[in-house]
Write a protein that binds this ligand. Structure first.
Ligand code: GLY
Length: 554
């Protein structure tokens, strides 16, 4: 009855008939400030999203950038239209299924992770152009201006930048153009030192002036392809020319009266999130003891991630049984296999012919709402921190290593442990399976714009975030909630320090769960929440990162 009321309220309460507050949450204060400036100049949420993505490409270049890809979930207030811009990278035309294997069929160490051979054809520059021309109000010249300034004049190294540089310095040193810019005089910069990227400023200017042609054609593209080839990559000018942004119908579902609008394939995020929510909707989680609740959550994670491994890939290349996976019958069948007091070993589930898929330790997410109710949830990535490490000379653009998100060889889980199958094998022009899950949640009272980086754990973070939203928690509590995770294989519960108390851990172990405590926290969730009745906004940036949330009252 409570849920029925929520659905009725959700249907009749207007959401954008008045000017409400605006809200922005990004992973870096300079990106939040830049996006806020764009809103102040009269730009809408879509323009502000361009500004935020470009600013993050400069100041958080280890997570995303022009050399990468991503997904932008959009809600247009004037007609309620919703879409997902798919700016995911594609495999070059010369890519082959076994390109990362040696003659004996063994994976070549780091081949899918380092250097230009690891890089898919970038989607971000095309997506920024597409967003401006189809949804924005401002020319790219204006929405890109803050990023161009940050790249040219520089910005101070912060603790997150310093930590990431230290973590990947060995890779960065292999590529002279990259180390010249990021490790001046061969040294790690100190916190507070200025990083300037004049070449990136020029590339952003080309994009501002010529739109996608500034990046995917002409002299710039020729130089980039020549540099990639000279360093062992396989890009061609046609790969760049043929790159297309795609609009995808978002994945939609409902959980306890909350409307869930989320990422479509080639992200696995939306389908896996809704499979978990569909299974969980039959349990009375608030009334359950912590161990029982966690057990049910983990068992649904296990089953949904198994389906991810078997069925999901680029929908333009593989037939995904979306309706079946999201149907009530499938949820009921999977739920029937869950025992209330006993873990199901992953090995007892129907086996998947395993392949490989990268988790990615990095990526970025931002959430933006403008005063008219336009919304953007964007999750963007170059995959592992600093991507492939390779920067074509003169471009200032770090290329992704997103090719590692494909299954590079059936049967061998990679360093991150996610398994895949035939559906995610490498093919020319195909988009690699992702876990990025930009999401909108809406109930009778509130609308949330939510997402996070975090590789394979992104989807379970969104699960926990959705459940926190269902419990009425505010933005700060949602993004700062302690996290646990299960992904089918490896068959163990990973959990952040203090995520689960000693009694819960004891009971979970007694049920047969294997426990895998993690030293480090994970994720960097950004949330913007609109109160539909008052028009006020609550926004928060995950305390695990250095990001910033801002609200603007109108
Ligand atoms: N590269 C991380 C992801 O797309 O899931």
């Amino acid at each position: 009855m409570k849920y029925l009321l929520a659905i009725i309220l959700w249907a009749i309460v207007p959401t954008a008939a008045w000017a409400a507050d605006a809200g922005i949450a990004t992973a870096h204060p300079l990106a939040t400030t830049a996006a806020k400036e764009t809103l102040a100049k009269g730009g809408n949420a879509f323009d502000a999203a361009i500004t935020a993505a470009a600013a993050l490409a400069v100041v958080e270049l280890y997570g995303s950038g022009l050399g990468g890809g991503g997904f932008w979930l959009l809600h247009r207030a004037e007609d309620g239209f919703e879409t997902m811009l798919d700016g995911r990278e594609t495999a070059p035309a010369a890519a082959t299924r076994d390109m990362y294997l040696d003659t004996t069929g063994e994976p070549i160490p780091n081949a899918s992770l380092e250097g230009p051979l690891a890089a898919g054809i970038p989607g971000v520059p095309a997506a920024l152009d597409y967003l401006a021309s189809h949804y924005g109000k401002l020319p790219l010249r204006e929405s890109l201006a803050p990023a161009i300034q940050l790249a040219r004049e520089g910005f101070p190294v912060d603790k997150a930048m310093r930590r990431h540089l230290a973590f990947r310095q060995e890779l960065l040193r292999k590529y002279p153009e990259t180390s010249r810019i990021l490790l001046p005089a061969g040294k790690l910069p100190d916190i507070g030192d200025t990083i300037r990227q004049p070449e990136l400023a020029q590339t952003l200017e080309l994009l501002a002036e010529k739109g996608r042609a500034g990046f995917y054609a002409g002299e710039f593209a020729e130089q980039m392809v020549a540099a990639v080839k000279a360093a062992g990559g396989i890009w061609s000018l046609d790969d760049l020319k043929n790159y297309r942004v795609k609009e995808r119908e978002p994945i939609r579902g409902e959980y306890h009266g909350i409307k869930v609008t989320t990422a479509a394939p080639p992200s696995s995020g939306g389908i896996v999130l809704l499979e978990m929510l569909n299974m969980l909707s039959a349990y009375d989680l608030p009334k359950a003891a912590a161990a029982q609740r966690t057990h049910w959550q983990v068992e649904t994670m296990r089953r949904a991630y198994r389906d991810r491994a078997e069925y999901l890939g680029d929908p333009d290349f593989v037939a995904i049984p979306t309706q079946r996976l999201l149907g009530a019958d499938h949820a009921a069948r999977l739920r029937a296999s869950i025992q209330d007091d006993k873990a199901t070993p992953s090995a007892d589930l129907k086996p998947v012919a395993p392949g490989v898929s990268g988790r990615g330790m990095n990526t970025t997410h931002f959430s933006i709402l403008d005063k008219d109710g336009n919304r953007v949830a964007a999750t963007l990535s170059i995959n592992y921190p600093f991507g492939s490490g390779f920067m074509p000379k003169g471009s200032g653009v770090l290329l992704n290593n997103e090719m590692d998100d494909f299954s590079i060889r059936p049967g061998t889980p990679n360093v991150y442990g996610l398994v895949g199958a035939e559906a995610n094998a490498i093919e020319p022009g195909k988009r690699m399976l992702s876990s990025m899950t930009p999401t909108f949640l809406e109930d009778g009272k509130r609308i949330a714009i939510l997402g996070t980086p975090g590789g394979s754990r992104i989807i379970t973070m969104l699960l926990l975030g959705t459940q926190a939203f269902a419990n009425g928690e505010n933005a700060s509590r949602i993004v700062n909630r302690r996290r646990f995770h299960h992904q089918y294989l490896p068959d163990s519960i990973q959990y952040e320090p203090e995520a689960l108390d000693a009694d819960t851990l004891f009971e979970l172990e007694s049920m047969g769960h294997s426990l895998s405590p993690q030293d480090d926290a994970w994720g960097n969730m950004q949330a913007v929440i609109l109160d539909k009745q008052t028009g006020t906004v609550d926004a928060a940036s995950d305390g695990r990162g250095i990001g910033q949330a801002a609200t603007v009252a109108y």
